[in-house]
Design a protein around this ligand. Sequence first.
Ligand code: DAH
Length: 338
Amino acid sequence: MSHELEQLRDAALAEVVAAGDEQTLEATRIRYLGRSGTISAWAERMKSLSKEEKPAVGKLLNEARTSVTAAIAERADRLRTEKEARALANIDISLPGTVAEMGTLHPLTQMLERAISIFRRMGFALAEGPDVETEWHCFDALNTAPDHPARNEQDTFYLRDGRLLRTHTSTVQIRTMEKAPPPIRIIAPGSAYRRDEVDATHSAQFHQIEGLYVDEKVTVGVLKGTLEFFLRELFGAETQIRFRPHYFPFTEPSFEIDVKSKALRGGEKWLEMCGCGMVHPAVYEQVNSARGDNAYDPEKWSGFAFGLGMDRLAMILFGIPDLRYFGANDLRFLKQFS
Ligand code: DAH
């Protein structure tokens, strides 16, 4: 007659083969090989056996454990394969798939990403500042006199506490210089706000890319080279560019830049693109007094600044006739820029 361990082993093997799913198989494993399983119990019982009996029973116990464990592993493998096959059999690969709707980047974002990557190549870092600003950052520090028309309530959104919505991103020039000594080479894209009558080319909220480069020996030549490179990279190598003298309180000399390119919408005409100039010494003086040092010594450092109209750049680049499309959230419009 066979030993009880052999009977247990055969019963276990039969149950393993019969197990139809993973839970049943696991229950079988626990019943025979678990901590208080019937095969495992023999390890305890061995202790009370005589010296002569022990080796033979020990061998049987080992053999039962090994063969049942192997059978369970094999069965588990088989059950998993069968389950996967069943799952696959239920998939009808001739059915059309569910297409995930892909979003697209807003044209302004696309335009901004292009601009950032061009300025990055020239070593400009990204900077930012708040939309709600002090009058000092928006005007005084930028050498804009108290009676300047831009400060008028008809042109600027003032808050009750005296702060305002920045009318240009030039505020970030000041915030950057307050925080860090020269050299500085940053661009600062962001929103600006003016109390404009809304039409195809004006909006109460619009976007600019500000730029500031302060170092030793920064000249008008560097300004010109930098912005010409940027505009040709953006609009194409054959783009014509001209600098016109202009006036801004915070730069001297100041310029406006016009571009002309057949590739652009309205490209037969000169299109105004950008204000720029050499940072006015009075701006450095304001920054120094806020910092309480002479880090921006106008005798030592020079720099240029510029402000690009981002909405306008995007309109020209993509041929968009009306600024109001940017904020209308109309998918028919947005999907054209995928
Ligand atoms: N802040 C000016 C504006 O909004 C644009 C501008 C002109 C920015 C000249 C500059 C600059 O940094 O140097 O019209």
